[in-house]
Write a protein of this length. Structure first.
Length: 151
């Protein structure tokens, strides 16, 4: 097996005019372990929606290998068995050629402290970037080691 490492983690979400930005930030921070939250790079961008409504885009990233690994393990530990099984079937569809794994978590659940896979619109988009082998089977084996997928 070619050796894989998590090289970065990025979380992005929208804050709509009807949402409390502080609560949305709490949801985004729940993707990361408490001891790495102070090391996150946070970017906040302002946009206007179709009807002129304000939309804030929150983009949080972590580039440190050790902290990225800690975060990947944190995410794996927060996934339900059902979501782990779902990911093991969908991993091929969630990985690009650069070995980035794309996940979407329900924003409301994240605010309450749990990470639930959700393919809807009101989500926190998380990208885990991996380095090493370019083989999908190697990535799947690494995700099994992390506890992120089953089977």
């Amino acid at each position: 097996m070619g050796r894989m490492v998590v090289r970065q983690v990025r979380a992005t979400t929208f804050v709509h005019a009807t949402e409390d930005e502080g609560k949305v930030m709490k949801a985004v921070y729940s993707v990361f372990p408490p001891d790495v939250r102070g090391k996150l790079r946070v970017k906040r961008s302002m946009y206007k929606g179709h009807w002129g409504n304000p939309i804030v885009v929150i983009d949080v990233s972590l580039q440190d290998y050790g902290e990225a690994l800690k975060t990947a393990r944190w995410i794996a530990g927060k996934l339900s068995d059902l979501d782990r099984r779902l990911l093991s079937f969908e991993v091929r569809d969630r990985v690009d050629r650069s070995m980035n794994l794309y996940l979407r978590f329900n924003k409301q659940s994240a605010y309450r402290g749990s990470l639930e896979i959700d393919n809807g619109d009101d989500v926190i988009r998380v990208v885990l970037g991996f380095r090493g082998s370019r083989r999908l089977e190697d990535l799947k084996e690494y995700l099994r080691e992390l506890g992120m997928i089953k089977g």
